[in-house]
Design a protein around this ligand. Sequence first.
Ligand SMILES: CC(C)(COP(=O)(O)OP(=O)(O)OC[C@H]1O[C@@H](n2cnc3c(N)ncnc32)[C@H](O)[C@@H]1OP(=O)(O)O)[C@@H](O)C(=O)NCCC(=O)NCCS
Length: 165
Amino acid sequence: MTSAVLVEELTEDQWRRYRDIRIAALESDGHAFGSSLEAELRYTEAEWRSKARQYVGIIASVASEDIGFMTVENLKGDFGATSWIGSCWVHPDYRKHGALRALFHFIDLQATERNWKKQGLGVWIDNEVAIKAYEKIGFVTMGEPEESTRKPGLFYQRMIRDAVI
Ligand SMILES: CC(C)(COP(=O)(O)OP(=O)(O)OC[C@H]1O[C@@H](n2cnc3c(N)ncnc32)[C@H](O)[C@@H]1OP(=O)(O)O)[C@@H](O)C(=O)NCCC(=O)NCCS
C-alpha cells in the first residue's frame, strides 16, 4: 500500500458508501459477522439510513477507493463499555498495512467528547486473525464466550479497550 489511508466519518446521506462497503465485507468474509449477506442485500434505503444513524460508520479509503470500515455505537455495554464497535473489515488487498489501526486512531481522537473512551466488541472465538489484531490495538479479552442469538451454535468473545487519548 503506497498511498496514505484517509479515514472519515460517514454522514447519513452517504448511506450508499456505507451499504457498498458493508456488502463487500459480507461477500468477502461473511463468516466473520453476525449478520448475513442475504439479509443485508434486502435492506431498503430507509433501513440503511436508519443503520447509519444508529451505528456511526467510519470508513478508510486509499486513493479514493473505500478499503476499510467499522461502526461505533454509543451504548452502556458489558464491562463498563461506553461504546460498541462492529462490522470491522479491511479489503483483503490492504490487510496488515495499518488500516484497522488507523480507524481506531480516528475514533480515539474524538473519544472524550463522544463518549467512546471505553470500547467493546464481540468476535467469534475462532477468528484468530481478528483477535490477534484487536490485541495488538489494545483490546483485552473479557469474560467467558457467549453463544450468539443470531447464529446459535457459534460463540463470541467479548473484548474491551481504553481509547488512547
Ligand atoms: C481483522 C482485520 C479487520 C484487521 O485489519 P488490518 O487492516 O489488516 O489490521 P492492521 O493492519 O491495522 O493491523 C493491526 C495490528 O494487528 C496485527 N495484525 C493484523 N493482521 C494480522 C495477522 N493476520 N496476524 C497477526 N497480526 C496481525 C498487525 O500487525 C497490527 O499490529 P502492529 O501495528 O503492532 O504490527 C482484517 O484482517 C479483516 O478485515 N478480516 C476479515 C474480517 C474480520 O474478521 N473482521 C472482524 C470481525 S469481529
